[in-house]
Design a protein around this ligand. Structure first.
Ligand SMILES: [Mn+2]
Length: 350
């Protein structure tokens, strides 16, 4: 399929939805790639006379993502019990192939109008329009291509730079500042750069850490165990809106001399959120995670080259303690993670 036929097909498939409303669903905590892709999807639907709302389930936690929303004046809707799904005739998925785990049951009877994503296809999927590509580093790259074919950015009025600026940020973040970028990502960046605001981009990516994020990183640094090149670290109990401190702690700890792999975890709501970072030639994040934590929630981890964020359910640990003893819960989780890791690494602990 060529670029032009893809956007034509998307248009064709959206014709039945004219004057109706589609719910664009983001998975997990919105990140720059999913936010900018959803924003583009919404803008494209609008040209064609299709209404839409962008819905997410988890808080926007990372300071850069909060800045992105604020500086570019982007509005997303966060899911709350009682949300009226009946107002929408279908859902659209961007940067994912399945709705957020918390919404799966609520939207299971709604048709899927479109799926646009760059992750490995996981099992069978059905939608009016599907564009899943492995030769791009970000979903934002695909949307930049759509916008280019629609001459969308050329026709924007001055000052309307949110979409192009957010797409650039999305591509940068998903490709580790272009280190993992592929040819198509560079082509999209080239197109977007003509319509983006460099000052805004700088502001978005130069956000300071909040004191609580710093506290979590500090906590993670203090509660570390080092097994040769592997650093395991507990961030403790982390508030939902601070969960992005966990991957940031992992990025920070990986800078320590002599360490090539880091796992930081923290208790966030009903889950243990984990971030694996590695420069090792031998550790493959996805394989390592699956082998170390066989009870990893299916489909709940997004592994990228050298990066792996995943979650374990806290349910089993909760059922083992009486009442709401956070200290006991935390200790049990620590023991479990430590045991799995040392076993996996073949290290004997006393
Ligand atoms: Mn992505």
């Amino acid at each position: 399929m060529t670029e032009e036929t893809r956007i034509k097909e998307l248009h064709e498939k959206m014709l039945p939805y004219i004057n109706k409303s589609i719910l664009i669903i983001l998975r997990g905590a919105p990140d720059p790639d999913s936010i900018s892709s959803a924003l583009s999807h919404k803008a494209i639907l609008k040209i064609w006379g299709v209404k839409s709302t962008i819905l997410h389930v988890e808080e926007v936690s990372h300071q850069e993502n909060r800045a992105l929303l604020k500086l570019l004046d982007i509005e997303l809707t966060i899911y709350h019990p009682g949300f009226t799904f009946e107002d929408y005739v279908a859902i659209a998925l961007v940067d994912t192939q399945k709705p957020d785990i918390k919404l799966i049951d609520l939207v299971k009877n709604m048709p899927v109008a479109s799926i646009v994503d760059h992750h490995e296809q996981i099992g069978p999927i059905e939608a009016d329009f599907i564009d899943i590509r492995k030769d791009v580093g970000a979903t934002a790259t695909i949307y930049a291509e759509y916008l280019k074919n629609l001459n969308f950015l050329e026709n924007l009025k001055e000052g309307q730079v949110s979409i192009s600026t957010s797409l650039i940020h999305g591509i940068r973040v998903d490709t580790d500042n272009l280190i993992l970028a592929k040819e198509k990502d560079y082509l999209s960046m080239g197109y977007l750069s003509k319509y983006a605001d460099a000052d805004l981009l700088r502001k978005i990516s130069q956000q300071n850490l909040t004191p609580s994020t710093m506290d979590i990183i500090f906590q993670a640094y203090q509660h570390k165990d080092i097994y040769e090149n592997f650093l395991l670290s507990a961030a403790g109990i982390v508030r939902r809106d601070e969960r992005d401190a966990i991957p940031q702690a992992a990025d920070f700890l990986l800078k320590r001399v002599g360490i090539d792999t880091v796992l930081v975890y923290g208790i966030v709501g009903e889950y243990i959120d984990c971030s694996l970072r590695t420069n090792s030639d031998v550790i493959q994040p996805e394989k390592f995670i699956q082998e170390t934590f066989p009870d990893v929630l299916k489909g709940e981890y997004g592994g990228r080259l050298h990066k792996g964020g995943f979650r374990l359910s806290l349910g089993i640990f909760r059922s083992l303690i009486t009442g709401d003893d956070k200290e006991a819960l935390s200790q049990m989780v620590d023991r479990y993670i430590k045991k799995q890791i040392t076993e996996k690494l073949g290290i004997k602990t006393v």
